[in-house]
Design a protein around this ligand. Structure first.
Ligand SMILES: NC(=O)c1ccc[n+]([C@@H]2O[C@H](COP(=O)([O-])OP(=O)(O)OC[C@H]3O[C@@H](n4cnc5c(N)ncnc54)[C@H](OP(=O)(O)O)[C@@H]3O)[C@@H](O)[C@H]2O)c1
Length: 400
């Protein structure tokens, strides 16, 4: 008998339910009726998709981040005869993250916008399924402290961190050295422009940048994968999640996206997690941990795999990776400035206001203007985040 089958369904709040991770989470949840119950679903502006999801999963709460759309959401729910109660704005997101009945919170809002609700879920002692890497990048120590204070369980959803979590022994929290870990190796596909001549990067379009060779993801993370900023953000994420020093973290390009990351041990062993590039595997692992559940994912055909290759990243081609490593080493507010400048730059590129090859320059120049200062509270972080966004906007005006 499944160890879970005699229990009540676990209630889940999904923050960012209309996005790529949110939709994949609902797909896994749908496969396990009786095991999970959708309590709250939250989005920013996608009223119709959100209302449709709430009706389909019989959610109790429908949450819209943009409070001006609360009336539209209520109407869209009524049209679908859905009983969900509407919550709105930052307060609504905070409530969805901390509902007393919610055992599991999927943190899948994109960008720094996810910070406050994700921290609140941790402080409320939830089982937090962490997709919103930006929370850890900009507020790593505050987030990890909130999780300790609240007694939360943090389960990484990012495929690399999920792989590393699977390859580490449970006692890793006492220190990587105490469990014999030498290095954590994050793999990176290299994105759609891995082998494009560098001179052609200036002409690539948003749709080309969002067309990842192996993964289907939201637009922001797709551009981050094309610049390798995504891997830089993931290094900072790993630094906090696994209490790893910068010297213990390494990036390797692995174009096939089959090995999702590795842990190298003192005795020469390297443990890797393999799987099809499908986010439903890490989502299902985090949902059911420490059990394993069916996720609808295509099985690997190992015998048909003739090429699993690894190589060092080219920092000339991917300057964003270097900027992220420097920000991680400097610490304090520098990762906040890095993330904010990157969010501004990626949005500007997606809106065709800057070129792809201008993204690293905009981030780099914003970092040059940031003065290194301690960050102790969420307010400090929001302050530095706003300042870096303003600087990035000003620098962008001067770019041609
Ligand atoms: N996609 C992946 O495969 C993948 C893999 C690893 C990690 N991640 C991480 O997971 C997170 C989500 O990525 P994604 O690809 O799923 O992004 P996405 O497809 O762009 O979806 C983002 C979600 O966040 C919501 N949202 C955006 N801004 C918000 C705000 N201000 N308030 C409330 N909700 C807001 C969006 O709602 P609307 O639809 O209303 O805009 C949407 O539901 C990111 O941190 C990303 O780095 C994603």
């Amino acid at each position: 008998m499944n160890a879970h089958s005699s229990k009540m369904p676990q209630a889940i709040s999904i923050l960012g339910s209309t996005g790529s991770i949110g939709v994949n989470t609902l797909d896994v949840v749908r496969r396990h009726p009786g095991r999970y119950r959708v309590l709250a679903l939250a989005a920013h502006r996608s009223v119709d998709v959100l209302a449709g999801q709430c009706a389909q999963f019989d959610a109790e709460f429908a949450v819209i981040g943009d409070a001006s759309l609360a009336g539209n959401l209520a109407q869209a729910l009524a049209d679908r005869h859905c009983r969900a109660q509407v919550l709105a704005g930052a307060e609504g997101l905070a409530e969805a993250a901390t509902l007393p009945d919610a055992e599991i919170v999927m943190a899948a809002i994109v960008g720094a916008a996810g910070l406050t609700p994700t921290i609140l879920a941790a402080r409320a002692g939830k089982k937090v399924l962490l997709a919103n890497k930006e929370s850890l990048v900009i507020a790593g120590h505050i987030f990890m402290q909130a999780a300790r204070d609240g007694g939360a369980t943090i389960l990484p959803v990012d495929s690399e961190h999920n792989a590393i979590f699977q390859a580490l022994p449970a006692a890793f929290a006492d220190g990587l050295e105490s469990v014999g870990v030498e290095r954590i190796i994050l793999t990176a596909s290299g994105g759609p422009f891995l082998d494009l001549p560098v001179s052609q990067l200036r002409d690539v379009t948003p749709s080309q940048a969002c067309k990842h060779p192996n993964w289907e993801m939201g637009r922001k993370i797709s551009v981050d994968s094309a610049t390798l900023m995504n891997k830089g953000l993931e290094l900072i994420e790993a630094h906090w999640l696994f209490n790893a020093a910068a010297e213990q973290l390494e990036v390797l390009i692995h174009p096939q996206s089959i090995v999702h990351s590795m842990v190298a041990y003192r005795d020469g062993s390297v443990l890797a997690q393999l799987g099809a590039p499908d986010m439903r595997t890490p989502i299902a692992y985090a949902l059911a941990w420490p059990e394993r559940i069916e996720a609808g994912v295509k099985r690997l055909n190992l015998a048909a795999m003739t090429d699993l290759s690894f190589r060092e990243p080219d920092v000339q081609r991917f300057p964003c990776l270097k900027l992220a490593v420097e920000a991680m080493r400097e610490g304090e507010n520098m990762p906040v400035a890095l993330n904010a400048a990157n969010e501004v730059a990626v949005q500007a590129f997606l809106d065709s206001r800057i070129r792809f090859d201008q993204i690293p320059g905009l981030v780099g120049r914003t970092l040059e203007r940031a003065q290194r200062q301690p960050v102790n509270t969420v307010q400090d972080i929001l302050h530095h985040d706003a300042m870096a966004r303003r600087h990035a906007g000003e620098i962008m005006q001067t770019m041609t």
